[in-house]
Write a protein that binds this ligand. Sequence first.
Ligand code: NAD
Ligand code: GLY
Length: 371
Amino acid sequence: MKSVITVPLPQRAYNIVIAPGGLDYLGAWMTGEAEAAAPLKLGKKVLLVSNPVVFGHYGQRAIASLEQAGFEVAHHLVPDGEQHKTLETLQTIYDAALAHRLERSSCLVALGGGVIGDMTGFAAATWMRGLAVVQVPTTLLAMVDASIGGKTGVNHPQGKNLIGAFHQPSLVLIDPQVLRSLPVREFRAAMAEVIKYGVIWDQGLFEALEACDRLDAIEHLSDDLLQMILTHSAQAKADVVAQDEREGNLRAILNYGHTVGHAVESLTGYTQVNHGEAVAIGMVAAGEVAVRLGWWSQDACDRQQRLIEKAGLPTRLPAELDLDAVLESLTADKKVKAGKVRFALPQGLGKAEITDQVTREVLRPVLEALR
Ligand code: NAD
Ligand code: GLY
C-alpha cells in the first residue's frame, strides 16, 4: 500500500511518496532504486538535519537506509521547539554543511516536523545558492502541509516566518508509521488542516471523515484510513501549489481558518491554544461568516463543526479573550492586503474563495457568538 503524488511544477516537479515503512527505503527512493522511484541524480554527500526527539526515534534508521543506498551521511541536531526556529540555529546548520564539505550536488535531508522542515529547507535554499532538500516529515502537520509546497524559513523576533524563501523539495517521503510516536495533541491539531482540505478542496475527503467513528487519536484510525487521509490531503496541497506556487491568489485559500486562528494563537501567547486548535476555532468563525454573507449553508457549517468536535478540537473562543483585541490583531495579520483583511471563505463543500468583504460589523457578532 503506497501512494505517489506528483507536484507538477515546471522545471521542479517532485514526488510525494506515502509508504508505510518507507523510512527504511529513504535512500532507495532518492537513488531511484525503490520501485517506481525517480532518481534524484544527487552527489554522494548528505547532511541529515533533525532534533534529539525525532532523531532518537528514527535517526539511525534513516541513516542506515541512506548509507545502504551509497550516500556518505553526516547528521546535525538542532534543539527541539519553535523557539529555536531562528537565524542562530540556521547558522549551526550552515556550520555543519561547511564542516561536512557539502558540494553543489549534495543534499540536505529534513527529518522532523514543520520546524525542522522549514529551517532545513531554508538552509538548502541559501547554502551555496541552493542545494537539493528531501523532506521526511514526521508530524501529521508536516506530512499534510509544511513539507509540501516549498515555503521555507525561520522566525524573526518580531514575527513568525518573516525570513524565508520558496524552495521546493526534490522529494517528500512520508512514512505514516512514524506518527505512532507523535503526542496526541500534535496529532489532533493537525487534523484541523485535514478537515480544512475537505472544506476548501476535497468534498470526498470531507465525507470520508464524516463517515469515521473517531478522529481524535491515531489509534482509532486504521492503516487504510490513515493512508487515505494522507493521500487526499497531500493531493489537495499539491493541486493548489501546482496552480499557484507563489501565492498570487489561489494558494491563499490554504489560509482558511488561519485569519482568526492567528489572532487567537498570538493573543493566547502561542501556548494555551496551539496552532491547529486556533485554526479549528478560526474555521468555525470563517464558516459562520460565510453563512452570514450567504456563501455557505447552515447545514454545511454545522457539519464542519461536528467534524471539528469529532477530532477533539475546540470550537469556541477562550472566554477571557478580548474581542476588540482579536479584531485589532486581524488588521495586523500578514494576510492584510491594502489595509483590507483577506478571508478565505467556503463556498459549498470542496471549494473556497478569497474575499476582502468581511467587515468588523460582520465579524463582531460572529466572534461574540463563539464565546
Ligand atoms: P514541530 O516541528 O515543532 O513538531 C512538534 C513536536 O513533535 C516537536 O516537539 C517534535 O520534536 C515532535 N515530533 C515530531 N515528530 C515526531 C514523532 N514522529 N514522534 C514523536 N515526536 C515527534 O511542529 P509541527 O506542527 O510539525 O510544525 C510547526 C511548524 O511548521 C511551524 O514552525 C510552522 O510555521 C511550520 N509550517 C510550515 C508550513 C509550510 O508551508 N512551510 C506550513 C505549516 C506550518
Ligand atoms: N501552509 C500554507 C501554504 O503552504 O501556503
